[in-house]
Write a protein that binds this ligand. Structure first.
Ligand code: GLN
Length: 257
């Protein structure tokens, strides 16, 4: 009799472990609504940023992930996480997905899964208006360059010979340092550099046309979450087919793809 009780207890425990596990992540039940926990580094206009006095995070990525969430029947909950903390957040499953202008590359693919590509970017540089010496990436030799920690910019600039790399937490910190003459150039993603120059009214600096790389952005998730990867890819495809993606694109980049 005693062992039967023990067995029943073990069965209940096993069941509650399963139920608890089922409560985490994208299957979370929040007052009847399923929640998709999204991590993003809110420092990357026009993909993710927060205007003063605005409650909601805005940008291309924010609109896209909300549209994907809607398609999948999830409520989207975005947490602001530093860029170099996003992949760890997928690995320890504190977040379901990361959308943060994140470039798909082989190194990251060892640690996370990516959705299909959703935006084509690449690296360019920003220099001061009066800069004469730097016009091309090869001119960076012997100069100080600011990059954001944990990004493809940091990785690529470190490969260039004779460049003194200064790493900062956000692109805004990089631009501040450029203006303060602490560095001579900022290497960062092209659409973010262009937006900074054209839309945020930056003065005294210019973006140079040469591109160091071509990169695709993807939405990242845990390595074993193939089910979510498939759902997200389906939703992305649907949004591309039904014109919703083009609308979001036009809203932030002024032209449809
Ligand atoms: N696309 C770059 C990367 O993935 C930069 C992303 C970012 O700073 N948000 O490394």
């Amino acid at each position: 009799m005693k062992w039967m009780k023990a067995l029943a207890l073990a069965a209940i425990c096993a069941l509650s472990v399963v139920t608890l596990a089922g409560c985490g992540g994208q299957s979370a039940d929040n007052g009847g609504k399923k929640v998709l926990k999204v991590g993003s580094s809110i420092d990357f206009a026009p993909f993710e940023f927060q205007d003063e006095g605005q409650k909601d995070y805005q940008g291309f990525d924010m609109d896209l992930i909300r549209a994907i969430g809607k398609e999948l029947g999830y409520e989207v909950e975005v947490s602001n996480i530093p860029f170099d903390g996003l992949i760890p957040a997928m690995q320890n499953k504190t977040m379901d997905v990361a959308i943060s202008g994140m470039t798909i590359n082989d190194e990251r693919k060892q640690n996370v899964l990516f959705s299909d590509p959703y935006y084509q970017a690449g690296l360019t540089m920003v220099v001061r208006d009066d800069e004469q010496a730097i016009q091309k990436f090869t001119d960076l030799k012997g100069h100080k360059v600011a990059v954001q920690i944990g990004t493809t910019s940091a990785e690529e600039v470190k490969k260039l010979e004779g460049v003194e790399v200064h790493e900062f937490n956000t692109p805004a910190d990089c631009f501040t340092e450029l203006k303060a003459r602490g560095v001579d150039a900022v290497v960062n993603d092209r659409p973010v550099n262009d937006y900074y120059i054209q839309k945020s009214g930056a003065t005294g600096v210019k973006a140079l046309p040469e591109r160091l790389t071509a990169e695709d952005y993807g939405i990242a998730m845990a390595k074993d979450n193939t089910e979510l990867q498939q759902k997200i890819n389906e939703a992305l495809k649907k949004l591309k087919d039904n014109g919703e993606y083009d609308k979001i694109f036009a809203k932030w980049f002024g032209e449809s793809k």
